[in-house]
Design a protein around this ligand. Structure first.
Ligand code: IVH
Length: 685
């Protein structure tokens, strides 16, 4: 570069771009409150990538582009923690909580008892991470390890969007970090992300994880950071470990520290409480176990109660590895021990053989559990789970119950090891396990069990949404030979249904009407329903937006498919393969002949009355199902999203609205009911 002014200008331009991108990513990933559209973000991102590619000498390690994983490391280096990463003593009853308080009160003069304050936070069930910042730059990230020495997972943590590479994240933040700041937090995975990931893995025969915690830990301990980069890992930061140098004043209490960390741009859980009355702490801990905990989008095994004042914390000190100033109030795990009566296998929609345990019924967290997943062949073998074993079973949140381990010490000798059947339990075809895959498959595309699952998916919510049609009906009609492929659903007749047990006139009317009604669903729903491997609701929407009809999609070649946002080569290949099969083409032809809608209605611009508006739906609406309301909005040009933010135009609230209502009111987002939504569409059209 010869011209000094131009170089400075360029550097400034780069810094502005980086600043903007950091800010938008923070709004998106940390605050869950996007400030610009994805497309706008992409444009800025591409500009930065292009400028940096042209001027590699100006790339800085804290540029947002540098989250992209580098080369694979072969092992993790050891990191000595700047202070021991302590653990927590536990209390499991209100009495134990009081006993914890009484133990440290004895160490304080009576005059100070009155002034005590407590902070209560969820105890996040994830992987502890220790993040080091020097002059505001992220320089090192480690696992907890044994509390004294951890592993250097910096490369992996750099790929986690919620980990700020530079603090403060916001340029206009009115806080400064000290010269050296080390914080501690918990990396975790949201329950919904975990379930989605596992379902996708199972579908493609790849390894699944037993619970969100193992998933987060496994993802962060990958030797190849490119794998971590694709994983939905989140973070909550909750402790300052080192605060040194610079002019910034150190926070004096836990409550202030959390506020300060949040202002620096760290993700800090807003579900936290400050009390100056210990009875209120106890009451909160008890009550939260009943309700608040179940509403968390992630797994928490309890609450942490901390003495607020740092000076006091220092005076109280530690016993062994546990601080006196904090305690974990743990909820009894939703776990139970019962006998495993049998191991059976069901066949999934894509032909995977899924082993599950038949259990002696047992109460877990107020629900009777009589079956639990065993994931796959390796899971059963690695844990040496045998038929007849007493097993520990866990049920957490909405996660399917799972067998955790056998209680080997209770064995009598009569327990039987299990093996994956050699043939499909539904159709008898020999099964295969492909090299490198965890799943075992039945490859018979005419397998009735796969068809039943396929029908279940086809008629389900998010797909063709046919009321009164579920797996029972699927099993019945497949076993009677009425359904031989998915299109046969539309060829069920009154004659066929009459005389079936439980099918009176009224029920037949309802079922046939529901099937008939489903013919008008948007083609994206039909595409989702067809169950092309990897094509879920989001991909289906994008594809139909681009192609407009199933026919156009069926005729598309791989390159055009890959040009659709969000469609990669694997998906594109799966789509080409699917439409390439004679059997599937016949199904499409039959669906068309039955009058099932195959094309996006071409709406005139004037018929987009909700264009530019973003809606969130909460609670039960009087007539529209959640999916129908979303379709209604999308068909009229509006956007339907899941979380309320400042960018939400309206919250549509029905009966029993959730926490979204409070959030909308807090943000001043207008709240309307179903009638209000219909009126809005009417009025603007
Ligand atoms: S404070 C010295 N707060 O729970 C006190 N820990 O044994 C340090 N954890 O592995 C812990 N959420 O990583 C604290 N809000 C929270 C927490 C939390 C989860 C983890 C922590 C540790 C374990 C305690």
């Amino acid at each position: 570069m010869t011209n000094g002014t131009a170089a400075t200008e360029l550097a400034q331009q780069l810094e502005t771009l980086r600043h903007a991108l950091r800010h938008y990513a923070y709004r998106y990933y940390v605050l869950d409150d996007p400030a610009i559209s994805d497309a706008e973000y992409d444009t800025l991102w591409q500009r930065l990538v292009a400028l940096e590619a042209a001027h590699p000498e100006l790339v800085t390690p804290d540029s947002p582009t540098q989250r992209v994983p580098g080369a694979a490391s072969d092992r993790f280096a050891k990191v000595q923690h700047p202070a021991p990463m302590l653990s927590l003593s536990n209390a499991v009853t209100p009495e134990e909580l009081v006993a914890w308080r009484d133990r440290f009160l004895r160490l304080l003069p009576a005059g100070e008892h009155e002034r005590l304050q407590y902070v209560v936070e969820p105890k996040i069930d994830g992987l502890t991470v220790v993040l080091h910042y020097e002059d505001g730059r992220f320089v090192l990230g480690a696992t907890r390890g044994d509390g004294v020495v951890g592993e250097d997972i910096t490369a992996n943590l750099r790929t986690v969007q919620a980990v700020p590479l530079r603090i403060p994240v916001a340029e206009d933040a009115e806080v400064a970090p000290p010269g050296r700041l080390v914080v501690r937090g918990e990396a975790y995975t949201a329950i919904a992300d975990f379930q989605r990931f596992n379902a996708e893995q199972a579908e493609t025969g790849e390894r699944t994880y037993a619970n969100p915690r193992n998933f987060a830990a496994g993802s962060l301990r990958q030797l190849d950071a490119r794998i971590t980069a694709g994983r939905p890992i989140r973070l909550w930061v909750y402790q300052i470990v080192v605060f040194e140098g610079g002019d910034a004043a150190a926070p004096a209490s836990q409550w202030e520290a959390l506020d300060y960390l949040a202002r620096l741009g760290f993700p800090v859980e807003t579900r936290r409480w400050l009390f100056d009355d210990f009875d209120a702490v106890v009451a909160h801990c008890v009550a939260w176990g009943e309700k608040g905990r179940r509403e968390l989008p992630y797994e928490a095994d309890g609450l942490v109660v901390k003495v607020n004042d740092f000076a006091l914390q220092n005076r109280l000190g530690y016993i062994g590895k546990d601080p006196r100033w904090a305690v974990a109030y743990k909820y009894a795990a939703a776990e139970a021990v019962t006998r495993l009566l049998d191991i059976r296998v069901n066949v999934g929609r894509t032909g995977t053989l899924n082993p599950y345990a038949v259990l002696e019924p047992v109460q877990i967290g107020g629900v009777t559990v009589s079956a639990a997943t065993l994931h796959n062949e390796d899971y059963v073998r690695d844990l040496d789970i045998r038929v007849g074993d007493m097993v520990a079973v866990k049920r957490a949140g909405e996660v399917i119950p799972q067998v955790l381990r056998p209680l080997v010490e209770l064995r009598t000798g009569s327990e039987q090891p299990w093996e994956m059947p050699k043939t499909c339990p539904a159709c008898g075809t020999p099964v295969v396990r492909l090299p490198g895959e965890a799943a075992t498959y039945c490859l018979n595309s005419a397998c009735p069990a796969q068809l039943v699952r396929g029908v279940e998916h086809f008629v389900g919510r998010g797909a063709m949404d046919i009321a009164g049609f579920g797996i029972r009906q699927g099993e019945l009609f497949v076993s009677l030979g009425y359904i031989k492929d998915l299109a046969d659903i539309y060829y069920l007749t009154r004659e066929k249904l009459t005389g079936l047990e439980g099918y009176g006139d009224k029920r037949i009317d309802n079922l046939l009407a529901a099937i008939e009604g489903s013919k008008q669903r948007p083609p994206a729903r039909l595409l989702t329903a067809l169950g092309v491997r990897g094509v879920g609701e989001v991909a289906a929407e994008a594809l139909m937006e681009h192609f407009g009809s199933i026919d156009a999609l069926a005729a598309a070649a791989q390159p055009e498919l890959e040009s659709v946002p969000g469609i990669g080569p694997t998906l594109a290949q799966a789509i080409v393969d699917w439409f390439g099969q004679e059997l599937n083409r016949r199904v499409i032809a039959k669906l068309k002949a039955a009058g099932v809608n195959m094309a996006q209605p071409r709406r005139a611009a004037a018929a987009q009355p909700l264009a530019g508006l973003t809606f969130v739906i909460t609670g039960t609406l009087p007539t529209l199902s959640r999916d129908a309301a979303r379709d209604f909005i999308k068909a009229r040009g509006g956007k339907a999203t899941d979380s309320v933010s400042k960018n939400t135009s309206y919250l549509v609230a029905g009966e029993a609205p959730g926490s979204k209502l409070a959030r909308a009111q807090q943000l001043g987002v207008p709240v309307i009911d179903e009638a209000g939504l219909l009126a809005l569409a009417e009025q603007n059209s």
